[in-house]
Design a protein around this ligand. Structure first.
Ligand code: CP3
Length: 341
């Protein structure tokens, strides 16, 4: 929180995307008995899973256990997680009239289990001074699931809709901004100390000019609506190295960067005004510790004075990551001193 508020910090803070996930045996044990949607739908279970990684590691933040897709269910689509296949969204949006059928209910009326889970976690963490991160998907990433019906490599249907039905695209993106803005506000009211907006796929799908035209206005409008919440908001994306300046213009208190460029290059391009988050390649954690340490050191040395950087991966922890490596990495980042440059 100090880094996000530009106050002096004693060390570089660290947390992980997917820190509660399949690399943790205790998460897998719970998943044998409950589906992912069951865990998200049961506040006590969601709170328990959220806290699992904090029992093991000295992390500087918790992230509420939820997913970016339940909001699509709240808007009237069917969302399912099929083992081995990833998420399925039905029926996919394909016509302009499908957009008109999407509901925009108050988030608190449809996603109350997540809001209740936030309350439980915040009470549990209150004595430990660890902030809880709320989150939501950015409009493009959610639109891609709604139109493709699941995860995609080419984003062909999403782009066909975007280019072919520009008026319907505007209505879809505007509805998503309205819902997500309300959902993030509700998470902050429930106790989230900060929020992160996940735009996982826009950068992998679109070139700079298309991003400017079809994505940036909606991200800008979402981040603008968050300003009145008075909590930090992290702007997360992947695959956006070619135009990270345009992504960062949509705003947010910090910009999360992937591993496709060294962090000092991201820093040069974005300036010193805001903290950066990232940028270790998640796959590095599958390597022996000496390699992890080497690459971590390179990030910590590169233009990242303590106080200007939140250590994280460029994307989520992979299921094969050894928990022991996560443990060593957290302690290494915390004990790292600038004199080691
Ligand atoms: O610890 C945390 O980070 C909090 C929990 C969290 C989950 N999903 C739980 C989850 C968060 C922040 C998300 C966000 C999310 N979900 C994103 C944005 C971040 C990113 O990874 O780009 C996206 C794109 C999704 C959609 C999603 N959810 C997919 C594609 C999948 C299946 C693929 C996979 O990894 O299995 C999920 C399922 C999901 N959501 C898991 C977890 C921990 C997988 C584990 C499981 O099946 O138990």
């Amino acid at each position: 929180m100090k880094v996000l508020r530009s106050e002096p910090a004693d060390c570089t803070p660290i947390w992980f995307m997917r820190q509660a996930g399949r690399y943790l045996p205790e998460y897998c044990a719970l998943r044998e008995r409950h589906s992912i949607l069951q865990i998200i739908g049961e506040p006590e279970l969601a709170a328990e899973v959220t806290l699992q990684p904090l029992e093991r590691f000295d992390l500087d933040a918790a992230i509420i256990f939820a997913d970016i897709l339940p909001p699509l269910a709240a808007m009237g689509l069917e969302v399912e997680f099929v083992k081995g296949d990833g998420p399925v969204v039905r029926p996919p949006i394909s016509l302009s009239t499908d957009v008109d059928r999407l509901a925009v209910p108050p988030a608190a009326s449809v996603l109350s289990p997540t809001l209740e889970a936030i309350g439980i976690v915040v009470r549990e963490l209150s004595s430990r001074a660890i902030p809880l991160i709320g989150f939501a998907g950015a409009p493009f990433t959610l639109a891609s699931y709604a139109i493709e019906g699941g995860t995609s490599r080419s984003f062909a249907k999403t782009k066909a809709f975007m280019y072919g039905e520009p008026a319907a695209w505007r209505r879809l993106m505007t509805k998503l901004v309205t819902f997500q803005s309300d959902y993030l506000r509700a998470q902050v009211e429930a106790g989230a100390a900060l929020v992160q907006v996940f735009d996982s796929w826009a950068g992998l799908a679109l070139g700079r000019e298309e991003y400017r035209e079809y994505v940036a206005p909606y991200n800008r409008s979402l981040f603008a609506s968050l300003e009145r919440l008075n909590v930090p908001a992290i702007n997360f994306s992947t695959g956006t190295a070619a135009y990270i300046e345009v992504v960062a213009e949509a705003c947010g208190s910090a910009v999360s960067v992937d591993w496709r460029l060294p962090i000092d290059e991201y820093r040069r391009r974005l300036g010193d005004a805001r903290p950066l988050q990232g940028n270790l390649d998640p796959a590095v954690l599958l390597a022996p510790w000496a390699e992890v340490r080497h690459r971590t050191n390179r990030i910590l040395r590169s233009a990242c004075t303590i106080g200007s950087h939140i250590f994280n991966l460029g994307h989520g922890l992979l299921p094969d990551t050894p928990p022991e490596t996560v443990h060593r990495l957290v302690d290494y980042v915390h004990s790292w001193k600038e004199e080691e440059r």
